[in-house]
Design a protein around this ligand. Structure first.
Ligand code: TXA
Ligand code: MG
Length: 327
């Protein structure tokens, strides 16, 4: 079991299942972030997810399935590449976009003919999916555009009374969302960098994979420029420029902290340095917690330098750029 992951009691699982069966919403842990789950085959419950999240209807949800579920029950066509990636990385932080099975409503897919599917690698999520015996549609359990939750407390702080039940599984071990691979056309495309590195996917497929959604017909709201954002401003500084950028904000009377992902460099004395984990995995796991902490501690600005674009740091960079974007 992943460090920090908690096994829920049989009572908690039973309660979560009965909420889902009754058309309610259950926030549940995955290895990436907490999801806001609803019965994937109940359109009214799906509409509730969009309402609580404040998410536009054309932004599709991921269908989570259990280890014993057949992919063919949820996707119309399962290409060999999908079978390969599923065999290698599921349960795990990988989402496959495939042709939609007719039983999946257009509400889930945002009106598209494709559906996003994954088997999460968290003991509590797998217990829940097994006990529920069907698919659970879930976006990340945060308000639209805000920072994703990696603990049950984050979910309660964001969505509080609007979730019928929060299944607590401890802090998420990966801490950043799944990698989304579009396999609905002939050319595989990574739509969102995430918990599985692009190089690992390429190695498994035996060929290079395109990144970005410019070649794809599908939309992914995680691709919006402004997303994953705290209230404070995230300002990205070039390497060696943190001091200069921080000073400019201090001069305006702002409270400034810094997260130096590119490595240590000098900053003004009044700037609070946020700790940076040594490994890409550590940086991914702690990213959303420190983005939240920036608001909790009342900073106006976080000056950020970006880690190198490799492994899980690609996803960390992506989220930081989006947290900084559009402002
Ligand atoms: O790790 C994760 O993926 C987490 C956990 C809870 O599983 N979920 C998550 O969900 O990040 P959400 O809704 O925050 O992001 C789902 C992403 C969105 O960017 C959405 O556009 C994309 O998946 N997506 C869903 N269905 C799609 C489809 N049919 N085609 C392309 N992208 C799709
Ligand atoms: Mg999200």
């Amino acid at each position: 079991m992943a460090a920090g992951a908690m096994t829920p009691s049989a009572t908690d699982i039973a309660r979560a299942v009965s909420v889902l069966k009754g058309g309610g919403l259950v926030a549940f842990p995955t290895e990436t972030v907490y999801g806001l789950g609803a019965d994937a085959l109940n359109p009214a419950a799906i509409r509730k997810v969009f309402a609580v999240k404040g998410r536009p209807a054309d932004h599709p949800l991921i269908v989570h399935i259990g280890s014993s579920t057949k992919l063919e029950d949820w996707a119309l066509k399962v290409p060999e590449a999908a079978e390969r990636l599923a065999r290698r990385f599921w349960p795990g932080p990988l989402t496959l976009v495939l042709k939609r099975h007719p039983r999946i409503s257009l509400e889930i897919t945002g009106g598209q003919e494709t559906v996003a599917i994954r088997i999460p690698a968290h003991p509590a999520a797998l217990m829940l999916l097994d006990a529920f015996g069907s698919g659970i549609a879930a976006p990340s359990a945060n308000r639209f555009g805000k920072v994703s939750p990696t603990t049950a407390a984050h979910v309660r702080a964001d969505l509080g009374m609007e979730v019928d039940f929060v299944l607590d599984g401890g802090p998420c071990a990966v801490g950043i969302e799944s990698t989304i691979v579009d396999l609905s056309s002939d050319v595989p495309i990574i739509l969102r960098p995430g918990g599985i590195a692009a190089t690992d996917i390429e190695r498994e497929l035996g060929s290079p994979v395109k990144t970005g959604n410019e070649k794809s017909q599908v939309r992914a709201p995680g691709m919006l420029e402004s997303h994953y954002a705290p209230r404070a401003r995230i300002v990205i500084a070039g390497r060696g420029k943190a001091q200069e950028v921080a000073e400019a904000h201090l001069l305006q009377g702002q409270r400034v902290c810094a997260w130096l992902g590119a490595g240590p460099e000098p900053v003004p004395e009044s700037v609070v340095l946020l700790p940076v984990e040594k490994s890409p995995e550590g940086r991914a796991r702690t990213l959303y917690s420190w983005l939240r902490e920036v608001d909790v501690q009342g900073f106006d600005v976080a000056v950020v330098t970006l880690p190198l674009d490799s492994g899980l740091d690609a996803a960390v960079r992506d989220r930081l750029c989006r947290a900084a974007g559009g402002r």
